[in-house]
Design a protein around this ligand. Structure first.
Ligand SMILES: *Cc1c(COP(=O)(O)O)cnc(C)c1O
Length: 409
């Protein structure tokens, strides 16, 4: 790539390696260096007058418009997203969601939002967007006819997420996106779970694909960033809105994210294989009412995942039998290899309790197939540890879960 400047038609594993590495940005080094700058200095008055004009991408003008490190990361993300014309970077995943929605919504519009959307996305619907005169309505991500019926003349956009946050339902995104497009509704997908490697969103009919780069792309739990990739028309709107909001990411973080991106493929493969092995083991355990892992045969969403996805990741949830929150606490506290903390997609395993009931408007928790009392779950983010060690850790934690329980399993 550095030689020709133009990628050939290569596999995604190869594009992760070659992406964004243009000689004019990287110089003689391999990965784009950190290019720190606010001010562009000109030789003289004539050079300033002849300088970059027209707000073009890829020409240094002023730090807020980005510099080679950020451009290289954005270009790499565009190259791994089939159908993308460009990518805008944001200081966090949430700001990428806000940036995408503000690029397409105007006062008086209605936004449809998947009922299993990430909690801050839901809060955006009832908060900031409502303040700006945009109404949000929730839909069941598994009910296409109800979704179609919910589209009205004011519906401008839809926010999808699959698998959904915490509860992991996998909707038929290609069918939902096609239904939206047929009615002139712009579709935005929070594609953080699968990334373009596991779900090439634009190719599947989505208009704007958003990722929290904080998770898999960074991959090392040491940066915050988000991205939105789109074809030509929506890229222009994303870029214009982001510039109006004055958004820019730091070159240091962009360099870290670019470094993470190079190993994204192998990390996802390894985490997916470990997660599947662990999910299989958990599914056999009497303490567990339900394993919510779309990669697991027989689990909810598996058929849809097999149909539409080309890869998975290490994130899934489990539901315990019975209604004993203290037992869940013992399970979490006994784990030694799983850190207790929000976020996911890093090299290390994590666990958090999940209580989705108050975060659902038109779908139910506990999920179908669980008894009403089976409502306490946890979400596991499987990292790069040896899965046998993680299983041994989980086995100890399940033993602790079972000691002195309030209610029998
Ligand atoms: C974490 C997360 C985000 C937000 O990312 P931040 O970088 O933490 O703002 C968005 N969507 C999903 C599904 C997430 O898990």
């Amino acid at each position: 790539m550095a030689k020709s400047g133009k990628p050939r038609d290569t596999a995604s594993a190869t594009r992760l390696i070659t992406g964004g590495r243009r000689a004019e940005w990287t110089g003689a080094v391999v990965n784009p260096p950190v290019w720190r700058a606010s001010t562009h200095l000109y030789e003289n008055y004539a050079a300033l007058k002849a300088g970059p004009k027209g707000n073009a991408d890829g020409r240094f003008f002023y730090g807020r418009r980005g510099a080679p490190t950020q451009w290289a990361l954005a270009a790499a993300l565009t190259e791994i997203e089939p159908g993308a014309f460009g990518t805008v970077l944001y200081p966090s995943g949430v700001s990428a969601i806000v940036g995408a929605l503000m690029a397409v919504l105007r006062p008086g519009d209605v936004l449809l939002m998947s009922d299993n959307a990430y909690e801050p996305s839901r809060a955006l619907g009832t908060g900031l967007l409502a303040d700006f005169g945009i109404e949000t309505r929730w839909f069941d991500p598994l009910e296409l006819p109800a979704f179609e019926a919910a589209i009205c003349e004011h519906t401008r956009a839809v926010l999808f997420e699959a698998p959904g946050s915490l509860t992991m339902e996998v909707g038929d995104i290609p069918a939902f996106a096609a239904a939206a497009r047929a009615r002139g509704v712009v579709s935005v997908l929070d594609n953080t779970w699968a990334s373009a490697l596991g779900f090439p969103a634009l190719e599947r009919g989505v208009d704007i694909s958003v990722m929290a780069l904080t998770k898999h792309v960074g991959g090392h739990s040491d940066l915050m960033m988000g991205s939105a990739s789109a074809g030509k028309v929506f890229y222009a709107r994303l870029r214009k809105t982001s510039q109006a909001l004055g958004l820019v990411v730091s070159p240091d973080d962009a360099a870290l994210a670019a470094r993470g991106l190079r190993t994204l493929g192998v990390r996802l493969e390894r985490e997916t294989a470990s997660a599947l092995e662990i999910a299989r083991w958990l599914a056999q355990r009497p303490e567990i009412a339900k394993v919510l892992c779309p990669m697991l045969p027989g689990a909810p969403g598996h058929a849809q995942w097999t149909k539409d996805f080309t890869g998975g990741c290490g994130l899934f949830s489990i539901v315990f039998r019975g209604s004993d929150d203290r037992a869940r606490g013992r399970f979490i506290d006994t784990l030694e290899l799983f850190g207790i903390g929000y976020s996911w997609g890093g090299f290390e395993s994590l666990v958090v309790p999940i209580d989705p009931a108050p975060l659902r408007s038109v779908t139910r928790w506990p999920p179908p197939g669980c008894a009403a009392q089976d409502r306490f779950g946890v979400r596991l983010s499987i990292g790069l540890e040896d899965p046998r060690d993680l299983i041994a850790d989980l086995e100890r934690a399940l033993a602790a879960w079972g000691t002195g329980r309030d209610t029998p399993a």
